[in-house]
Structures are given as structure tokens and as C-alpha cells.
Design a protein around this ligand. Sequence first.
Ligand code: HEC
Ligand code: HEC
Ligand code: HEC
Ligand code: HEC
Ligand code: HEC
Ligand code: HEC
Ligand code: HEC
Ligand code: HEC
Ligand code: HEC
Ligand code: HEC
Length: 367
Amino acid sequence: MSRNLRWFLCFLFLGFLMVGCMQDVKKKTDAERLPKFAEGATYVGSEACADCHDELVEKFKDNIHAKIADFEVKPSMVSKGCEACHGPASKHVEEEDPSLIVNPAKVKPSEANALCLQCHTDGELMDWHGSEHDLNNIACISCHTVHGEQDKVAARDKLGYRHKYQKDKLLKKPEPELCFTCHKDVLAQTRYPNHHPVKEGKLVCSDCHNPHGSEVSPLLRTDETKNELCLQCHQDKSGPYVFEHAPVTEDCTICHTPHGSVADNLLKQNEPYLCIQCHGLHFHSTIVPDTQWIIANQEPGHDCPPGTAWNPSPETGGPACVPATTAPNAHAMQKIMTTKCTECHSAIHGSDLPSLAAPGGGSRLTR
Ligand code: HEC
Ligand code: HEC
Ligand code: HEC
Ligand code: HEC
Ligand code: HEC
Ligand code: HEC
Ligand code: HEC
Ligand code: HEC
Ligand code: HEC
Ligand code: HEC
């Protein structure tokens, strides 16, 4: 055997091995996930159903699925009428036997979903496979109903939450009630003193989440980054700024929590605790020259000469006018914990103006 031939055979073998392995790990296609249809059954068309299911057929006339035009039928679809979701019905029609027809509510979620996914493969549904809801065996019909009554939409739901609007979408219940049937922890969060106005009906869960899947976890309605989602509605925070604040450009949820918070402004923690996770306490806010010192401490009456500051603390040489660079003291500590950092660093999301008080005009995010 020539050396080349040996190499060739070797590669061929490897090739087969790889194809074999890939076949093994390859996920099932939707067609392979479809529920088992009655053996030997053929498609008979929707007209046949009216004989025995007249009420249901009458009601179905208003359903968007009864109005699918021929040109909308993709080659992958099995049929466009009732049998698109129920499978071939000839045996069922002949024998009037319910076990010879598929009821999506009675098969496995993955099988029922495969029926819907014959047609719903793009747009909103593009990222369904592998999404958190798919992986947790949630069925399309956990949230949607095809024949069932949809809840009549009142101004407020049972929880007292206002409805923003009702997009039909064949939902079993309007949002956010629909989502709360399973996500009770989020319900609690939307009741915190500070919350995105879901309760007030200005926002629904699906404004921020795509329940059908997303490239950005957890099911976020964006295909870029978490920040891009926030900036869709909060453009004023988008920059770019001359002086940026690193965590802001990285991820809004470093400081904010999306659903609700006990702290103000949807912050994960109140100031200064939020800030001192990353920054050391600094005392220029209390030990600064003359008037600034007095303003910061709201203790008028101590007219210290320029370059010095009033230090009320006996431990560090007070009470007296001391050089402004004097070491921190207990009073300063108390003061700093009750002052909001953003009282001075008000441009917390970024600034285009140099901070005047900073040496050399720098980027201290004060205006
Ligand atoms: C000759 C009468 C007859 C015709 C025609 C007929 N069905 Fe049925 N179907 C029944 C009976 C009887 C049942 C069981 C009782 C019930 O649910 O009403 C049933 C039940 C069903 C069920 C529920 C099965 C289950 O396990 O819950 C589905 C789905 C269904 N039919 C779909 C269809 C569709 C789609 C057509 C038209 C292609 C059709 N049927 C035509 C008589 C018929
Ligand atoms: C878009 C998919 C879809 C189409 C089209 C559809 N069905 Fe259904 N059908 C379902 C689902 C899903 C259920 C399970 C109950 C539910 O979610 O409403 C169901 C349940 C049923 C049932 C069981 C009884 C019940 O009310 O639960 C019958 C009978 C039935 N369908 C008949 C029909 C007939 C007749 C047509 C055509 C006029 C039809 N279906 C068209 C999806 C569909
Ligand atoms: C035969 C193809 C087909 C099948 C199967 C199918 N659909 Fe549809 N569905 C459509 C078309 C076409 C539309 C209208 C255009 C659109 O919104 O994509 C639609 C619309 C919808 C809508 C939007 C309704 C609205 O008010 O905007 C929902 C929700 C929906 N389908 C859910 C389902 C569910 C759940 C199933 C499985 C039980 C299912 N569909 C099975 C073709 C299908
Ligand atoms: C966790 C709940 C949930 C699940 C599971 C779910 N949906 Fe939806 N679906 C919604 C909500 C809420 C809307 C309306 C808001 C929106 O458009 O995202 C919607 C909207 C839709 C629409 C209309 C989209 C449009 O372009 O307006 C279609 C079609 C649809 N769903 C099909 C499906 C199919 C098919 C499945 C299963 C593969 C499914 N849904 C699973 C909650 C769900
Ligand atoms: C039938 C129950 C059910 C309904 C209804 C439901 N979900 Fe879910 N959802 C789940 C389960 C189960 C998971 C996976 C486990 C978990 O993380 O809670 C999940 C996961 C999620 C996740 C990802 C969580 C994570 O930690 O990665 C988001 C986001 C989400 N759901 C949003 C929604 C929204 C928005 C709605 C309403 C349109 C909704 N869900 C309706 C059951 C449901
Ligand atoms: C303003 C946008 C927004 C709204 C409105 C919103 N979410 Fe979220 N949600 C997010 C973001 C962003 C995350 C990710 C948080 C993180 O990574 O720290 C998230 C996380 C989640 C998670 C994952 C686990 C958790 O609790 O953090 C679930 C489940 C969830 N949301 C469900 C819902 C439900 C249900 C609603 C409607 C009541 C809703 N969300 C409304 C933006 C939103
Ligand atoms: C779909 C639009 C929308 C998206 C997306 C959105 N928000 Fe909001 N946000 C709002 C609305 C509406 C308010 C309430 C404004 C008002 O009442 O004036 C709000 C308020 C806020 C507030 C102020 C809360 C208060 O105390 O007043 C913060 C902070 C906030 N959002 C952060 C975020 C973050 C972080 C994200 C991304 C995870 C985000 N938002 C995504 C619409 C949105
Ligand atoms: C370093 C922490 C931090 C990060 C990261 C952050 N914020 Fe904030 N945000 C704050 C603080 C602190 C406040 C309160 C500011 C105040 O009281 O002046 C606030 C307030 C807000 C408010 C309500 C008040 C207002 O100015 O409208 C919104 C909306 C907001 N942030 C959106 C965002 C968005 C969007 C992002 C991501 C691009 C983001 N934040 C990232 C700390 C942060
Ligand atoms: C997750 C960590 C983190 C949190 C939380 C955080 N920051 Fe920052 N901050 C940074 C980083 C990183 C920089 C950039 C540091 C650098 O360039 O030396 C920065 C820069 C700054 C600067 C500019 C410093 C300079 O040298 O120009 C100020 C002022 C500032 N942060 C204030 C705050 C305030 C006030 C808060 C609370 C509302 C806060 N930060 C919360 C990480 C954080
Ligand atoms: C009374 C106003 C004031 C308060 C309150 C204040 N700062 Fe400052 N901060 C300044 C000024 C002015 C500068 C710039 C002067 C300098 O560089 O010494 C500065 C500088 C900084 C810097 C840049 C690096 C440094 O140490 O010089 C950081 C980071 C910072 N502050 C974080 C914080 C945090 C975190 C808090 C809350 C715990 C806070 N500041 C409270 C006024 C204040």
C-alpha cells in the first residue's frame, strides 16, 4: 500500500467516525418530534369536522388560523386547516374514536410544540429552541389557547394590576398575570416600593422579555446587550460621554435591579453602600477648604482661613481650624455615611464636562 493511500484511508475512517458522532449528538428536528398520528390516516380537510364539531368549527371562524391564505402555506406545513394541528383525521372521522386523533393538550409538550413549530419558525420564534422555556418543557399552550376563551380584559386584573393594552396573540390570560402564574418571585418584586411600572400598566413583561427565546439571557428582548435593552427606553443615558463611568458602559444591572427594589431608583443598594463596594471612602467631601467644608457639613459659623477646614473631632486635633489635608475623623465618617455620593457626583452615568473641583479639571463626574 502506498503511503498516500494509507493516509487517504486513515482520513476516510476519521471522516466516517465524525459523521457517526454528529448523527448521535444531532438534535431531533421538529418533524421528528411530531406526535404519532393514527396509522394509515390521511388528510380529509376541515369541512369534514363540522358534522360532529359544529360549535367548535363555528367559533373557530374568527381565529387567525382559520384565515390562513394559500400563499402563506409553507412547503413544510402538513396542511393548513384543523389538521395542521391535529394531524390526518380520516381514521378518526370514520370511527369517531378520539384516540385516533391528536389533541395537543394530551401529548408531551415537546410534541405539541412541534405541531406549532411547523409554521412558527421565524420572527419572534426564531430562538425558541434551547430557550429557558423550551428547556423547561413549557408548552406553547401553557401560554396560548387556540379554542379556549381568552380572559375578558378588565381595566385591572385580579391582582389589581392595570393592563397596559391587550395585544390579542391568543393568550390564555393577559400579562402580567399570565407570567405570574409561574413567576411568583417576580410578582413580589414588582410590589417593592420602587419598581418599573408594571403594576401601573405602563410596561408588560414582554416589553423587556421575549418569552420565546433570545440570544441574550434571560430571555431579554434584544439581540445585542443588556444595556441596549435599557437604552431603548432610557436614551438619555446612552452617551457616548467624554468622561464615562466604567460600570455604566458595562452593564446597567451592576447597580440597578430590573423589577423592583427597596432602595430608591431601582438601585440594588442605597448610596453610599452601593458605591463603596468598588470605591474606598474618601474624605475630601468633609475635609475641604473653607466654604466648601461648611456647605458639605452644614455647620455654618466656622470661618476657617483658606486652605484650612473646621475639624470638630477631638480625636484628630479638633475642634479647630486644621489644614484641609488632615486625616479622616469620626465625624467625617458619620457624615459620609449619611451623604449621598451623587449629591456631588451627580453625573453618575457619565459627563461631558470636566469636574472643576478636581485637580487639573478631571473626570470626577460632578456635573
Ligand atoms: C363523525 C363524527 C366526527 C367527525 C367527522 C370528527 N370528529 Fe373529532 N371527535 C368525535 C368524537 C365523538 C370525539 C370524542 C368526544 C368529543 O370530544 O366530542 C371527537 C374528539 C376529537 C378531538 C379530541 C380528542 C381527544 O383525545 O381529546 C379532536 C382533537 C378532534 N375530535 C378533532 C377532529 C377534527 C380535526 C376533525 C375534522 C378533520 C374531526 N374531529 C372530525 C367525532 C368526530
Ligand atoms: C393552530 C392549531 C389548531 C388548529 C388549526 C385547530 N386546533 Fe383544535 N386544538 C388545538 C389545541 C392546542 C387544542 C388543545 C386545547 C386548547 O389549547 O385550546 C385543541 C383541541 C381541540 C379539540 C378538543 C376539545 C377541546 O375543545 O379541547 C377539538 C375537538 C378540536 N381541537 C377540534 C378542532 C377543529 C374541528 C379544528 C378546525 C376547525 C381545529 N381543532 C383546529 C389546536 C388547533
Ligand atoms: C399551518 C401553520 C400554522 C400552525 C400549525 C400554527 N400556526 Fe399559529 N399562525 C399561523 C399563521 C400563518 C399566523 C398569522 C401570521 C403570524 O402571526 O405569524 C399565526 C398566528 C399565530 C399567533 C398570533 C395571533 C395574533 O393574534 O397575532 C399565535 C399566538 C399562534 N399563531 C400560536 C400558535 C400555536 C400555539 C400553535 C400550535 C398549537 C400554532 N400557532 C400553530 C400559522 C400556524
Ligand atoms: C411563557 C409564555 C409563552 C410561551 C411558552 C409561548 N408564548 Fe407565544 N406569546 C407569548 C406572549 C406574552 C406573546 C405576546 C407578546 C409577544 O409578542 O411576545 C406571544 C406572542 C406570540 C405570537 C405572535 C408574535 C408576533 O409576531 O406578534 C406567536 C406567533 C406565538 N406567540 C407563538 C408561540 C409558539 C408557536 C409557541 C411555542 C413554540 C409559543 N408562542 C410559546 C407568550 C408565550
Ligand atoms: C407555565 C409556567 C410558566 C409561565 C406561564 C411563564 N414561565 Fe417563564 N419560566 C418558567 C420556567 C419553569 C422557567 C425556568 C426556571 C426558572 O428559571 O424559573 C422559566 C424561565 C423564565 C425566564 C428565564 C429565567 C432565568 O433565570 O433564566 C424568564 C425571563 C421568564 N421565564 C419570563 C417569563 C415571562 C415574561 C412570562 C410571561 C410572558 C413567563 N415567563 C411565563 C415557567 C413559566
Ligand atoms: C424593564 C425591563 C424588564 C421588565 C419590565 C421585566 N423584566 Fe424580567 N428581567 C429584566 C432583566 C434586565 C433581567 C436580568 C437581570 C439581571 O441579569 O440581573 C430580568 C430577569 C428576569 C428573570 C430571571 C430571574 C430573576 O428574577 O431575576 C425572570 C424570571 C423575569 N425577569 C421575569 C419577568 C416577569 C414575569 C416580568 C413581568 C412581571 C418581567 N420579568 C418584567 C428586565 C425586565
Ligand atoms: C420598554 C421600556 C423600558 C425598558 C426597556 C427599560 N425601562 Fe426603565 N423605565 C421605564 C419606564 C416607563 C419607567 C418609569 C418612568 C416614569 O415613571 O417616569 C422606568 C423607570 C426606570 C428607573 C427609575 C425608577 C424610579 O425610581 O423612578 C430606572 C432606574 C430604570 N428605569 C432603569 C432601567 C434599566 C436598568 C433598564 C434595563 C434593564 C430599563 N430601565 C429598561 C421603561 C423602560
Ligand atoms: C454605578 C452605578 C450605576 C450604573 C452602572 C447605572 N446607574 Fe442608573 N442610577 C445610578 C444612581 C446612583 C442613580 C440615582 C441618581 C440620582 O439620584 O441622581 C441612578 C438613576 C437612574 C435612573 C433614574 C433617574 C434618572 O436620572 O432618570 C435611570 C432611568 C437610570 N439610572 C438608568 C440607567 C441605565 C439605563 C443604566 C445603564 C446604561 C444605568 N442607569 C447604569 C447608578 C447607576
Ligand atoms: C462595580 C464597581 C463600581 C460601582 C458600584 C461604582 N463605581 Fe465608580 N467607578 C468604577 C470604576 C471601575 C471606575 C473607573 C476607575 C478609574 O478610572 O480609575 C469608576 C469611576 C468613578 C469616578 C471617577 C473617578 C476618576 O478618577 O475619575 C467617580 C467619581 C465614581 N466612580 C463614583 C461612583 C459613585 C458615586 C458610585 C455610586 C453611585 C460608584 N462610583 C459606583 C467602578 C464602580
Ligand atoms: C461633598 C461632595 C462629595 C461627596 C459627598 C462625595 N464626593 Fe467623591 N469627589 C468629590 C470631589 C470634588 C472630587 C474630586 C476632588 C479630588 O480628586 O480630590 C471627588 C473625587 C472622587 C473620586 C475620584 C478618586 C478620588 O478619590 O479622588 C471617587 C472615586 C469618588 N469621589 C467617589 C465618591 C464616593 C464613592 C462617594 C460617596 C461615598 C463620594 N465620592 C462622595 C466630591 C464629593
